[in-house]
Design a protein around this ligand. Structure first.
Ligand SMILES: Nc1nc2c(ncn2[C@@H]2O[C@H](COP(=O)(O)OP(=O)(O)OP(=O)(O)O)[C@@H](O)[C@H]2O)c(=O)[nH]1
Ligand SMILES: [Mg+2]
Length: 428
């Protein structure tokens, strides 16, 4: 069980950067994001340290002198947690714990910790536990007292005390049990997704905290959890599109099918790989969608980098080739409107909206319609006169408009997207 009790801990952040002459400000945005993560997890950040060097220190990541400085500060101000922006190895952790007398985490374990706190459904809890165990496995040679420190993120106990006492073999066994349970969930989801074939399926994807859930609520007249915190959403919610403004309704009134929209977990730079792996079943909705709405927080000074991170993550989960509509959100929070004009020139297919204020919904629907209707096509497929299995397959994949039973063949008029059309044509 994951303990979700929260406490505030005095926390110090640390960043190491390789000197390359150009990104000497990289620490500013990186530390800002780390601070949001730490605060989301319930920490109170009291100081930030950073250092640039030609190479990282193999013992401590940052130089020994800096480590001593931090250790002194930790003692003097009774700091209970130090979080590194950089990924720490087993050796780093062991050496640092000898020097700095408090709990030490890196960004990956902090993210795992937040996921553990925010996991609500059985599936999300299983996925987080799996990721935590896999993260801990290469670090298990440490004494269990160290392990417990490493697990105990901010006010949580991690994947449970029992794991701390077990050995590597037992953890591996638990990992395989969790994987089996998750596989069953995937199979259940596949059955559900089969039932969803009669819908156009959209998924909202994007960096964390960009307004995906706010947009879902707006487009489906729902009330899913929205919060100015990172990783507020961990589970996929799927709803039927239900628009409130007449203009927007008019635009989509001629859609060939009803539209289903899914909101899902947000991405972040350096999302731990085992987290992506274990969240694959949650993200399967994204992979099966017809269109992805890539939501971008245009009011965030770092949005360009966030776009790249999202593209990279989509690539990792196998969704890069989907039809994607870029949705620049939070335009209401951008003071300098010139920025938006410049952007619209470079992203001619993008839409600029405010999900919170409901601005530009009609243009979002127009762009969506263009994208979908471009992809949806009418076609006629000819089958042998007794090929009922083929006919059944067509019903599964496409919307059937008309069936003509001729003497030697069956002619089926269908409406479907390009991918299914090609698949069915090849088959028959
Ligand atoms: N100013 C402004 N704020 C917005 C807009 N859309 C969303 N927000 C705010 O941004 C914050 C995050 O919104 P969410 O909808 O929870 O974002 P999300 O992408 O679902 O975030 P995660 O689930 O945590 O990844 C909330 O405080 C929202 O009120 C917008 O159009 N303008
Ligand atoms: Mg959300």
């Amino acid at each position: 069980m994951i303990d979700t009790k929260t406490t505030t801990e005095k926390t110090v952040l640390v960043y190491f950067g390789v000197k390359d002459g150009k990104n000497s400000y990289s620490h500013v945005l990186a530390l800002e994001e780390l601070r949001s993560l730490a605060e989301t997890a319930g920490a109170e950040v009291v100081k930030e340290y950073y250092q640039f060097n030609d190479n990282y220190d193999s013992r401590f990541m940052i130089g020994k002198g800096k480590v001593e400085e931090i250790a002194e500060y930790v003692n003097e101000y009774k700091v209970s947690l130090v979080i590194y922006e950089n990924e720490l190895t087993y050796t780093h952790l062991r050496n640092l714990e000898k020097e700095i007398k408090c709990k030490i985490l890196d960004k990956s374990s902090l993210i795992l910790d937040i996921f553990a706190k925010n996991a609500k459904t059985a599936q999300a809890k299983l996925q987080v536990e799996l990721a935590q165990l896999e993260y801990s496995l290469p670090r298990l040679t440490r004494q269990w007292t160290h392990l417990s420190k490493q697990y105990g993120g901010i006010g949580t106990k991690g994947p449970g005390e029992t794991q701390i006492e077990t050995d590597r073999r037992l953890i591996k066994k638990r990992i395989s049990v969790l994987k089996e349970k998750l596989d069953k969930i995937i199979i259940q989801r596949q059955t559900q997704s089969f039932e969803r074939r009669n819908f156009i399926r959209l998924s909202l994807v994007g960096y964390t905290n960009v307004g995906k859930s706010t947009l879902l609520n707006l487009l489906t007249d729902s009330d899913v959890y929205v919060e100015n915190k990172l990783f507020a959403t961990l589970d996929t919610s799927t709803r039927v599109m239900k628009l409130k403004t007449k203009e927007a309704v008019d635009v989509i009134s001629k859609f060939p099918k009803k539209v289903l929209i899914s909101d899902t977990v947000g991405f972040i730079k350096n999302l731990p790989h085992n987290l992506i792996e274990s969240f694959k079943s949650t993200l399967s909705e994204v992979i099966e969608s017809d269109v992805l709405l890539h939501v971008i927080d245009v009011s965030n000074p770092n949005f360009e980098e966030q776009i790249e991170v999202v593209k990279k993550t989509l690539d990792e989960i196998g969704a890069k080739k989907k039809l994607i509509l870029e949705v620049f959100n939070k335009v209401d929070a951008v003071e300098n409107k010139e920025i938006l004009i410049g952007l619209s020139k470079n992203h001619s297919n993008a839409v600029f909206i405010s999900a919170r204020k409901g601005l530009n919904l009609q243009s979002l629907m127009l762009n969506l319609r263009n994208l979908i209707t471009k992809d949806v096509q009418e076609t006629v497929i000819k089958l042998k006169h007794d090929d009922y299995k083929g006919l059944n397959d067509i019903y599964k994949k496409a919307e059937v408009k008309e069936v003509k039973y001729l003497k030697n063949s069956i002619k089926v008029k269908i409406v479907t997207n390009k991918k299914n059309k090609e698949f069915l044509e090849k088959k028959n």
